[in-house]
Design a protein around this ligand. Structure first.
Ligand SMILES: [Ca+2]
Ligand SMILES: [Ca+2]
Length: 197
């Protein structure tokens, strides 16, 4: 990776050479009419490389920002449907999906682009379908199956999972740019209780 430090070093070398010689060394000139030295050419290449890496980093960051916005919007949509489903049935998400941890099989690995046959995707699609059915919402939720990084969303049903006093929140999350659930780049939301106070 080209760093500012390296470019600065090249600049220094270049100017030192000019100070010592007054003009570029003929022996090093790549083009006698222009009089550019090899070191000057290297400086230009280094600057171009540095600028390119800055542009690439900015592009990635802009793309990630758009993907986070998509995840936020889709998770909001999911939570809205989940709350309706709970209200319609008077059941917790665990009771609706029949699973206490849909995303447990997704943890500790990169789930970007995993096939629909993977148990992680199967669990999420099942939960999504059951929650949609319970809600009575007819609007298709197919578009919120995967986040912008092509990972399935992770749902952990928690409310009353281990008894009547287990008042942990259900959570829904996007694995974020790294494709791994429960790391610092995730975007996650708690879903309101239906039975717990
Ligand atoms: Ca759980
Ligand atoms: Ca992550």
């Amino acid at each position: 990776m080209i760093s500012f430090k390296n470019v600065f070093k090249l600049f220094k070398q270049c100017f030192r050479e000019r100070e010592l010689n007054g003009s570029p060394k003929k022996g090093l000139a790549l083009s006698s009419s222009k009089g550019f030295t090899l070191i000057e050419l290297l400086v230009v290449i280094a600057i171009i490389g540095l600028l390119s890496s800055i542009v690439l980093v900015s592009l990635k960051s802009a793309r990630d920002k758009a993907k986070y916005a998509k995840a936020q919007q889709e998770i909001q949509q999911f939570v809205k449907v989940a709350v309706i489903a709970q209200g319609q049935t008077g059941k917790t998400l665990l009771q609706i999906t029949g699973n206490g941890c849909s995303d447990c099989v997704c943890r500790g690995r990169n789930i970007q682009g995993i096939p629909d046959s993977d148990s992680c995707v199967v669990n999420w699609y099942n939960a999504l379908a059951k929650i949609q059915e319970a809600s009575g919402v007819t609007e298709s939720l197919v578009q919120i199956r995967r986040d912008g990084w092509n990972s399935p969303y992770g749902l952990d049903e928690n409310e009353l999972e281990f008894g009547p006093s287990d008042c942990r929140y259900d959570t829904i999350r996007s694995a974020g740019p790294d494709g791994v659930l429960y790391t610092s780049d995730d975007y996650s939301v708690n879903i309101h209780h239906i039975i717990c106070p």
